[in-house]
Design a protein around this ligand. Sequence first.
Ligand code: UT7
Length: 331
Amino acid sequence: MTGATGTPTRRAVAVGIGHYLPKRVVPNAEFEERIDTSDEWIRARTGIERRHFAAESETTSDLGIAAARAALDDAGLTAADIDAVIVATSTPDLTFPSVATMIQSGLGMSHGFAFDVQAVCAGFIYALSTANAFILSGQAKRVLVIGAETFSRILDWDDRTTCVLFGDGAGALVLEAQEGDGTGADRGILAVDLHSDGQFRDLLYVDGGVSRTQSTGVLKMEGKEVFRHAVEKLAKTAHTALDRAGLGADDVNWIVPHQANLRIISRTAQKMGVGMDRVVVTVQDHGNTSAASIPLALSVGVARGQIKRGDLLVAEAIGGGLAWGAAVLRW
Ligand code: UT7
């Protein structure tokens, strides 16, 4: 199935991908020394084996700059070719200015525009959707879309229910305006589906912030409840996005899910009727890197030789807000 017969349509096509992971790798065993947990529990309940933590001197923008450089290299482009930088993050270097402007400057760009998007773990889907809208409206020809996080900075190291779950990292994607036929066979972003429901904002939040506490705060999560919402909502949003593209689950080459928990990833794939042999899984190596997890998985999926040009991908994510969504793109 290739979708409805279309008319020539502008598409936001992926032309470069890259990522950066901080040098320090922290295996589950390191937590056994500090808190009442075990490698067995973490692996069995989450699939996580290790994660990367940023060095003290490394910030979210440093991670993002390294990922952006890798994506530009992959695209054979330079910062001079980019019109806009959109960064999905919930762990900015500073309250303001945006991480995006820091990355813009780090890349030596003084043209174009740059801003952050904050939708926590769903941030990259929101950023992708925003970049797509700029490209389809003709406001930008090439956009760098980055997910970059240092969640290690907002963890409560005494809370075993959260501190073992997260990691740091960044992934970057270069999107370029190209002409397609307006069918599901086109390369590029074919459909997006976004949702949020603020009545669930207390299920996953950070208990500090500029206006309420004038402090950074630490992450708090009702894990079981978030798990329940994830299993209920992710397959649904992925199906909606596929429907919008005129495609179905059988057309999907790879699900590229938010990497929070292997059990959520596999239940979502099962609900979609897609085998785990068609799911990109990186959670064992990265933990949950929030908005960075999907571009990291895309980059690793390409580097492993799993994702190939022309493959149909569905990316899906849920996180604080709750905010969730899915994007369908042909690589
Ligand atoms: O990226 C944003 C979206 N976030 C997510 O998608 C996360 C969603 N939630 C989850 O992934 C899972 O709910 C968790 C991994 C957070 C927890 O797994 P669970 O299977 O839901 O475990 P649970 O919360 O029901 O806890 C089971 C037991 C509890 O002990 P009791 O009350 O049964 O005695 C916990 O205290 O496991 C205990 N526990 C731990 N034990 C060892 C919780 N954390 C740990 C730990 N080590 N780190």
